[in-house]
Design a protein around this ligand. Structure first.
Ligand SMILES: [Zn+2]
Length: 142
């Protein structure tokens, strides 16, 4: 038995998985600590670093990030989508995507350091819109 919390992650707080495939699970972040549209991409397989990805994982990760970036820019008011992956607290590969609105006064790491939150209703609505956009294939990788 693994004591890794991401090897068998609990169902997301709102609306189920945003995306799931053989390599990746995508969930919305908690409303208490992330803004609407913040997503966590977690590997299904237990490993920690980019260097440990299989070819299939590294290739599909790139395609997935492209789709999620395009989707977040389409369905939120994100001017930029920041990607953060430290794996310091939980050494199971995962990366966060944080949409940064154009009107937000902060940029870069100052934006990432600022407290974030959303409402459960906004989070649930955003999950629905993101999943619908992905299902429509409007951002399918070419
Ligand atoms: Zn794990």
């Amino acid at each position: 038995m693994s004591d890794c919390p991401y090897c068998e992650p609990p169902a997301p707080e709102f609306g189920g998985w945003v995306h799931e495939d053989e390599n990746w699970l995508v969930a919305h972040g908690p409303a208490a600590t992330t803004m609407a549209g913040a997503l966590r991409v977690t590997s299904r397989r237990h490993f920690t670093d980019f260097a440990e990805m299989t070819t299939a994982e590294s290739e599909s990760f790139g395609r997935l990030l492209t789709r999620l970036d395009a989707t977040l820019r389409a369905v939120t008011d994100a001017e930029r989508v920041h990607v953060v992956s430290t794996r310091d607290r939980v050494p199971h590969f995962h990366a966060w995507l944080y949409p940064r609105p154009a009107h937000h006064p902060l940029r870069g790491t100052a934006f990432l350091d600022a407290p974030q939150q959303s409402s459960p209703a906004d989070t649930e609505k955003t999950v629905h819109v993101i999943r619908h956009h992905l299902a429509e294939g409007r951002t399918a990788a070419r």
